[in-house]
Design a protein. Structure first.
Length: 199
């Protein structure tokens, strides 16, 4: 729930900044965090049935196969949004900046998300229930995005002699993150065709 609130808060802040500054970079970030928050909310609504009354569970029941298909499409769409943000980065039209010491707060927050994502990957690697693996992968995608935005902020905060170096690094990191998310989405769709339809 905290992650959902943070994602929607980031979407609002980036959207507001993009609107005021007419920045397509912040607009794409807002779309990214908005979709990420929606993905988490959808997961919560489909898994709240585990503690809901029996009648509600029957009404909300959805197969894991269908859930994989839905999230496969969403992850692919997320990678497309991020790909647009990377294109803006490469063309020097974007980049995150934090005032004063806020960059250290952002770095700490990103570090926590990365540690949690890795911890969940290790803890849930033997899970056979796909719904729990989905929320793990959403957390991983959230952490990867934090790495990219933090990198752009660090290049903006600390001077670099070669002006082309930050552009190249942001482009490479952004492309890698986008491809990872795209790969997750494709693997979900592939597993949908191979896997059974477990409820």
């Amino acid at each position: 729930m905290m992650g959902v609130l943070v994602n929607f808060a980031f979407a609002f802040m980036n959207g507001s900044t993009g609107w005021v500054s007419r920045s397509p970079w912040f607009g794409t970030l807002a779309a990214y965090y908005l979709l990420l928050g929606i993905m988490k909310v959808y997961w919560l609504t489909k898994n709240f049935m585990k503690i809901a009354p029996e009648k509600s569970r029957r009404l909300q029941k959805i197969s894991e196969k269908k859930l994989r298909k839905i999230y496969g499409v969403q992850f692919i769409f997320l990678s497309i949004i991020l790909g647009g943000a990377v294109i803006l980065l490469v063309n020097l039209e974007g980049g995150k900046e934090y005032p004063g010491y806020m960059i250290y707060v952002a770095a700490g927050y990103s570090f926590i998300k990365i540690v949690l994502a890795i911890s969940n990957m290790i803890r849930e690697r033997k899970q056979e229930v796909r719904t729990w693996l989905i929320i793990r992968d959403i957390g991983l995608v959230d952490a990867l995005m934090s790495i990219l935005t933090l990198q752009t902020a660090m290049f903006a905060a600390f001077a670099v002699d070669d002006r082309n170096f930050p552009v190249k690094m942001n482009g490479v990191t952004g492309a890698v993150v986008s491809l990872i998310i795209l790969g997750i989405g494709i693997s979900y769709l592939v597993n949908t065709r191979k896997g059974g339809d477990k409820s």
